[in-house]
Design a protein around this ligand. Structure first.
Ligand SMILES: [Zn+2]
Length: 271
């Protein structure tokens, strides 16, 4: 890769700037982070890569994810030839992991912007998630912790670019530990966010888990319906490296149940 088509490579990386800063299961390049705006500031170069509302406005009569209280739809009974199960679109409780994925054209019905004051670059979540997200961020702030959303909804296409970036940067084996293949990312649901803070330069790094902000989130996020998808020491279960920044919203009641169960979110959703 190095030395080949340098101009094209640079162009692609520039296009991916805002995507990489939200690498699912994300590793953020230092340079990319330093070039990004602080929360509340105008994001740099996000317009081209930020999923548009049009992307998310796929037809569908279902209410927003948050409005649904139904039990999770089971994955398809039998996997595809490649061993992967396709899960239902517009069901915010579907399992998403190495063997469960969404269709490429699955997108949330109603996305809303996270207010600039809490967003690092342009960020969108499913409408029904926003109240709990804002409550969490406000509570963190009142506790003295300034936390920002640095990644949120990602379309299938965005995730494809993100995953390819990780493969090119770290190789396939490492990419699979820290990034989801397209369709397999919880970010495609529009209910999942990555948090960070100025303490770690708004990077998505393991060290965030040891910061006051990361520790507060680990202790309180579930009170607002958010669960840490990939806890420390659970890689053998989740398939992903520890990600103290990656939280998926499932509602306050279920989040309390997950917390009490001691299970990972994936185990809980598949139980
Ligand atoms: Zn994430």
């Amino acid at each position: 890769m190095p030395g080949t088509r340098p101009t094209l490579l640079v162009a692609v990386l520039l296009l991916l700037l805002p995507l990489v800063a939200c690498g699912d299961e994300d590793r953020v390049d230092d340079e990319l982070v330093r070039s990004s705006p602080a929360p509340g500031e105008t994001p740099v170069g996000t317009s081209a890569a930020t999923p548009s509302g049009a992307d998310a406005d796929a037809a569908g009569a279902n209410a927003t994810a948050a409005a649904s209280t139904s039990t999770p739809a089971p994955p398809t009974a039998t996997p595809n030839a490649d061993g992967v199960y396709i899960v239902a679109c517009h069901d915010f409780l579907v399992p998403l992991d190495k063997v469960h994925r969404l269709e490429a054209d699955c997108a949330p019905n109603a996305l809303v912007s996270v207010p600039d004051v809490y967003a690092y670059g342009a960020q969108e979540v499913v409408e029904g998630v926003l109240p709990d997200l804002l409550a969490l961020l406000k509570a963190a702030s009142e506790a003295g912790h300034l936390v920002a959303v640095v990644s949120s909804y990602r379309s299938y296409e965005t995730q494809r670019n993100t995953f390819e970036y990780h493969v090119n940067e770290f190789g396939l084996q490492e990419a699979l530990r820290v990034s989801a293949r397209p369709g397999h990312s919880e970010h495609q649901l529009g209910t999942t966010v990555d948090f960070s803070s100025t303490t770690v330069g708004y990077e998505l790094v393991e060290a965030f888990g040891s910061t006051p902000e990361g520790l507060w989130l680990a202790e309180h996020a579930h009170e607002y319906g958010f669960i840490l998808s990939y806890p420390e020491g659970k890689e053998v279960v989740t398939g992903y490296a520890y990600e103290p920044w990656h939280f998926r919203w499932i509602g306050r009641e279920l989040a309390a149940e997950v917390r009490a169960s001691g299970l990972t979110l994936g185990q809980f959703l598949l139980r």
